[in-house]
Structures are given as structure tokens and as C-alpha cells.
Design a protein around this ligand. Structure first.
Ligand code: URA
Length: 246
């Protein structure tokens, strides 16, 4: 069994956004930091990064935030932007305020448009992020689409052809699967994540997307009980599901 890596407590807490090292030393001196109920008087001490640390370490009586290596699923509502710095409501504003000061920072795994809702993953693990978005990983994304005009009947073949060119692009799209639900509702499943891809695909066949919702990434479904605007820390099984196809 390999021993857990250890870090200085003040560095760990500063990187989780609890304040400067000096402020954290102040918390320690004031008796606010406790491990298994025992006072941690010196924030300069090293502490083992055991996965169960958030259950054992309290700050002013509250459980420690999740350790680095955090992966979240969020039900993105309409009207919020996947950006750290644009004007208006941002997805990061749906998370606890302290999490915006985490280092490494949380980033969205790809993006959804401001007017797209659904399953959005966030992580502070850069290697995991790249594994999910890498074309090699073949992680499919499924979108529920509402259209302005009835489907013509030819869209599924056009999208599956692997020859569809989006306006202004030189490389055709990889094949996309389309499942018809009714005249103006369908699901599309795609491997790529080009800018406004679904909206532009339907524009290319003379239609217009009026609503777009992502309900699946790889083999991970947006949980029915995760309300719009809510998030959940992903388990190892959730992360494995992303790569389990679907
Ligand atoms: N395609 C789009 O057009 N928008 C999204 O948000 C995702 C895929």
C-alpha cells in the first residue's frame, strides 16, 4: 500500500481558497482547525492527503472542501456562460464562492452555449479534462434538439455521411447519429465539439434549432434528480461511466 502524499496544511487550505497562508495560520492559532476532533495548532505542519481528509478535517466546525482531483457534474441552466471572465452570469457562479479561488482552478470540460442546457462536467484535473475531450477517447455527446421547422427526412443520412461541411470550415464533420422523435424533435449524438456544432449542422440543412439540451456524455446520463443550476461531486464510477461509451 502506498502512503498518501503529504502537504503543508497552510498550502493545502490556501489552494482550496480558504485565504492566504497568514490568514490560515490565524485560523489555526484561533483553534478553528481540527483533525478527528483534535486541535491543529500550527498550519505549518504537514498533513497526509488521505482521500477521507474532508470527512476528518473541520474548519470552524464545517467539513473541508473536496481535495484537488475534483470532478463535478452540473446541470447547466439556460442563460449562463461557460467562461471565467465574460460579462453576465457564469457557470462558476453556481458553485460555492470559495471554489473560485481554488488552485488548480476548476474548468469546464468543453463548453455549452449560453442558450444550451444540460450536462456539463467540470474538473481541476487537466489530464482528465484532456482525456475526455480528446478525439481519441471517442466520448460521445448526446443532445436533445427542438427544431423550428419539421424534419425533411434526409437529415439522418446527411449527418451520418461524414461529408457535411459547416460554413467557413474546410474539414467535414465526423459522422453524427440522428434519432427522430417526432417532426420537430430529435436527438443527435456526436464525437466532436466544434463551435455551435449542432446549431450549425441544422442551419446547413435549412432548419433552425429553437432549444438544445445535452443529456448524456459518454455513458453518463444527466441524473433526473439533478435540478437545473445544481451540481454534484462525481464518484469514480461516474468518471468511469464517461469513458464507458453509451
Ligand atoms: N452544439 C451547439 O450548437 N451548442 C452547444 O452548446 C453544444 C453543441
Amino acid at each position: 500500500m502506498s502512503a498518501a502524499r503529504s502537504v503543508r496544511l497552510d498550502k493545502l487550505l490556501a489552494n482550496l481558497g480558504y485565504g492566504s497562508r497568514r490568514e490560515i495560520q490565524g485560523l489555526a492559532r484561533a483553534g478553528a482547525l481540527r483533525l478527528d476532533g483534535a486541535d491543529l495548532g500550527d498550519a505549518g505542519d504537514r498533513i497526509a492527503l488521505d482521500p477521507d481528509l474532508p470527512d476528518r478535517l473541520t474548519i470552524d466546525g464545517a467539513a473541508l472542501d473536496p481535495l484537488p482531483g475534483l470532478c463535478l457534474m452540473l446541470h447547466k441552466p439556460l442563460g449562463v456562460t461557460c467562461s471565467h471572465k465574460e460579462a453576465g452570469p457564469l457557470v462558476y457562479g453556481l458553485l460555492p464562492e470559495r471554489w473560485r479561488r481554488r488552485e488548480p482552478p476548476l474548468s469546464t470540460v468543453g463548453r455549452l452555449d449560453k442558450e444550451t442546457s444540460g450536462l456539463l462536467l467540470l474538473t481541476d484535473d487537466g489530464a482528465l479534462l484532456h482525456r475526455i475531450i480528446s478525439p481519441k477517447a471517442q466520448v460521445a455527446k448526446r443532445y436533445r434538439v427542438t427544431l423550428d421547422r419539421p424534419l425533411a427526412g434526409s437529415e439522418a443520412a446527411v449527418f451520418a455521411s461524414g461529408t457535411l461541411l459547416l460554413e467557413g470550415e474546410a474539414r467535414p464533420l465526423l459522422p453524427v447519429r440522428l434519432d427522430v422523435e417526432d417532426d420537430t424533435h430529435c436527438a443527435v449524438t456526436l464525437m466532436e465539439g466544434r463551435y455551435h456544432q449542432v446549431r450549425r449542422m441544422f442551419a446547413a440543412v435549412g432548419n433552425h434549432v429553437t432549444a438544445l439540451h445535452r443529456d448524456r456524455v459518454g455513458g453518463l446520463d444527466l441524473p433526473a434528480d439533478l435540478a437545473a443550476g445544481a451540481y454534484r461531486v462525481m464518484t469514480a464510477a461516474d468518471v468511469a461511466a464517461v469513458f464507458a461509451g453509451g
